[in-house]
Every structure is written in C-alpha cells, then in structure tokens.
Design a protein around this ligand. Structure first.
Ligand code: MG
Length: 202
C-alpha cells in the first residue's frame, strides 16, 4: 500500500505558501509506515514547525495504469478525511536547496486517515464540505469542487507514472488555513457534519 499526496491543489493554499498555481498536478509519496494507527500524535523532535494539512482522502479499489479521466471514477468508491502532517521548517529547507521532501512529509505517523469512509455514490466529492478545528477553533474549511484538479484528473495524471493498486490512498491536497501544531492540541476533522477524526497531540 502506498500513499499518494497531491500538493498545491487549492488556489488559496498555493497563495498562502507563496507558490505558483501548478499547470499540472504536483504529487509526492508517503510510505505505509506513515499511517497513524492511534488517536494520539507525538510531536517529533526533528521539527520546530509541525503543520496540519486537512485533506479529503480517497481509497483506490482496483489496480490501474494509464487511467483515462473519464474512467477514473471506476477506481474508487469511498472518501474520507485525514491530515498530511508536514514539518514545514524541514520542507522549506528542502525546497530552498532543491532537495526531495521526504524528511518533511513521509515520516512515521505523518498520515492521519479516519476509519470512517463515505460512499461517493451518495456523497459526490465535488459537493463535500469538510472542516478542520484546532482546539475547537475552525482553521480550515472547503468544498471538494474548490480543488484545482479534480480527483479524476489527479488519478489520470498519477497513473501515467505509477500503477495504482487496491488499498492505495490519495490525499487530494489541503485548502488554505494550514498552521502549526503544539503539544496539548486537539485536532478535529469534520466531513459533511460527521466527526471523522479527533487527534490528541502529545
Ligand atoms: Mg498536503
């Protein structure tokens, strides 16, 4: 199982990162060891600026390569919500040196995924409203249609380069409002009015 993460897929987030709008999707990977297996996240000691990025997550349910956008919807059936934890200080350092991002993005427990999944048949991705609260304060909120590249476009693009397999996860990018996490925080994700995850930071 692999975790594919899309970068810069919401215009306002690209702007807050001082990044140009991409003309093709940007993606990177996290290994399966990045999955957080409990509701507690221990702040790693290698970063002084750990950020949350709340994102819609889709699970691939069929193997595919060179998937055409018009057939992409055959390759997933459920959507969930997660966090792409990011060591922003390390990421900025990597970016400035033109280096890969793995130390900033792919570390253990950097991928939160709710164990609840909503069927896209009943919850079309474009219509989904998701919200992220830090200590009860709303920090991020967006609808699926605000993505710069739709999920089907993303699947088409990624599968040109990498075979998608059953169980792979796609993090579809974060909207604006990202920010730092501190010990003692409670991080809550809500999708269509449902509490999807509640993470304690220690
Ligand atoms: Mg992200």
């Amino acid at each position: 199982m692999k975790i594919i993460c899309i970068g810069r897929n919401y215009a306002e987030h690209a702007a807050e990162m001082n990044a140009e709008l991409p003309t093709v999707p940007v993606f990177f990977l996290k290994p399966d060891t990045a999955l957080l297996r409990e509701n507690t996240f221990y702040l790693p000691d290698f970063t002084q600026d750990l950020h949350y990025e709340c994102e819609l997550v889709v699970k691939i349910n069929k193997m595919g390569k060179h998937i055409m956008p018009e057939f992409a919807s055959n390759y997933y059936s459920h959507v969930s919500l997660g966090i792409d934890f990011t060591a922003r200080d390390l990421q900025n350092e990597c970016k400035s040196k033109g280096l890969p991002w793995e130390i900033a993005k792919a570390f253990d427990n950097s991928a939160v995924v709710s164990d609840q999944w909503l069927p896209v048949q009943d919850f079309p991705i474009a219509n989904l409203l998701f919200s992220f609260f830090q200590n009860g304060e709303l920090k991020q909120e967006a609808r699926g249609h605000q993505m710069l590249f739709s999920l089907d476009q993303l699947i088409a693009f990624v599968s040109k380069f990498i075979t998608l397999k059953t169980g792979d996860l796609i993090f579809t990018g974060t909207p604006s409002g990202v920010g730092p996490v501190a010990i003692g925080d409670t991080l809550l994700g809500v999708l269509e009015g449902r509490e999807m995850f509640k993470i304690s930071v220690k």
